[in-house]
Design a protein around this ligand. Sequence first.
Ligand SMILES: Nc1ncnc2c1ncn2[C@@H]1O[C@H](COP(=O)(O)OP(=O)(O)OP(=O)(O)O)[C@@H](O)[C@H]1O
Length: 647
Amino acid sequence: MSADISAPTSCPPNEAPDSAEPAQRTAPVAPPTSLDRPPLMAPPRPGKPKRDGTVRHSRLSSLFRFGPYLRPHVWRFVVMIIFAVLSVAASIVIPLVTRAVIDGPIANSDQVGLYTLGAAAMAIGIVEALVVFGRRWVISKGTLATENTIRTDLYAKLQRLPMSFHDRWQSGQLLSRIMNDLSTIRRFLNFGAIFLMINIVQIAVVVGLLLNMYWPLGLVVLAAIVPITLMCLKNERELTRLSRKMQDETGDVASSVEESAHGLRVIKSFGRSEHMFEKFDGKAVQLFDTTYQRIRLLAKFRTFLEIVPSGTVIIVLGLGALAAGRGEVTLGTLVAFITMLLSLVWPIAALGLLLSQTQEAMTAADRIAEIFDAENTITDGTKKLTDVRGELRFEGAAFRYPDADTDVLHDLNLTIKPGETVAVVGATGSGKTALTALVPRLYDVTAGRITIDGVDIRDLKLEQVRSIVATAFEDPTLFSMSARENLTLGNPDATEAEITQAIDVAQAHFVYDLPWGLNTRIGEQGMSLSGGQRQRLALARAVLAKPGVLVLDDTLSALDVHTEALVEEALKRVLVGVTGIVVAHRASTVMLADKVALLSNGTISHVGTHAQLLKTVPEYRELLSADFDSEDELAELDRLELQETNR
Ligand SMILES: Nc1ncnc2c1ncn2[C@@H]1O[C@H](COP(=O)(O)OP(=O)(O)OP(=O)(O)O)[C@@H](O)[C@H]1O
């Protein structure tokens, strides 16, 4: 793993270290991409209904769905096909010229004719070499740009998909699809797709010409094609199964590496490296087994595809020599026949490779289509608030995780007035994080509704909801970019003064002491920073977004008492202007809020001031480890209540 904190490597300190080149500059042939542009991928075609009621989709259908991505490069593919046809034509014409040379100038000792036909053969050879070069030159840019556009669309789709999708999918599986599967499709477009067609056409044309040249030997060649076709059909199904298994297992291995890299500290500290290695080894061996199985199958198949044409050449040579001896065929025709037959050896032998490439590409297309077809359950609304006051209401809201049997939250009723702050208190696992995740629509309520200023948040433009609501999570994620970029994620136009103020509020002054100050690149996941530092940076990020609703999901849990007090003091000032939800475990954090909502048994059981709940709800007292039994303590509680009333 790279160092956690590093200088902004390839760019000057004042520049954003990760500022990406605009897509147009690096890939001028790709269509403009943006998060809002829907993927170009065509919708799935309706399959044919089967007897058992299920639907059968053609194995090629997923691949065909990528057709729209090729549209900007159609001319390249057309030129490539023309070049490929030309090179095949050249390989067919050369034997015919050879026949003309042997039966003509050589048989008749015609020197001029020999030079003329020799020069023609050489010219054809040069043209063949040029078109092969031209084909590669023309196509590579088109396929690379196609791969790039699909990849950015896939990334955009992943960004749009809801949290419930990401909860279900391992990131390694996504990674292997976005990297390996797409490369597989590019390689197929570069080579396999065209040559599979060209080779089949070439085999058909050449066999036709051979039949025309001398039909008895032509029939021998035709007879050899039959077992080849049968073998192709027989291996297709098994190759498909193994390709899918291999690609899925590649994703599992990637997930394993990713998890181990993230959890390295835990693995090391528990001394479980050996155990994790064994688990990884199991997955790697499984991938090895499947890949080996596939390679063995392919090796047998490809050997068969090489033996059959070579055997056919030997038979044709023997029978041809007999026929030439009997004068049934000229020497020139026999040489042309054999040369042409030899020109079929590669197209037939390559069928194994081409078919396996096709299988892999079809499987890759299926796997990528699974992501493109995943339903985006968090849909965009149409309304837009013009003047945001920030009144937040939960009205009979309920939430159940997809695939779960019971609701995590139910019958939530709570009103938070503009500028008011509510502390949410509840036992571990009571659903506090789930509740906070509903506000920026990371998940949608499964019953009831949540409104901002009286409008259901599902009816609002998603972009607006997420600009109104800013969340700082308990376990904050920082990205491998500069501290400044991490800070300004929610407000890229923030001024220096605003950044300084947010840093003050979050007591995140440590950023100035980093080696390159705000321009220091924070390591992957911000792991080089302490938990408290990460929390403060994430808090500053949320504050800097200048939200109408600020959600703090136990954001202060990793701070020492002294820093917590400083942050709380500053937060008090910030929370005056915004509607706040603060998940709290400690009384000091609760004191930031105007009122407290107690989450119990999946619902808000009590709402009141801190003092009221302390006095009347034993569960609340227990949660905050506060027991007020003595006369003095009860008097203290009364004083607290009075203080709250006067606030
Ligand atoms: N993706 C998920 N699918 C199904 N259940 C989940 C999922 N995420 C969390 N849960 C469950 O939902 C319940 C509420 O979890 P949540 O994280 O909201 O609790 P919490 O009150 O924030 O806990 P803590 O105080 O420990 O952070 C828990 O029982 C948890 O196991």
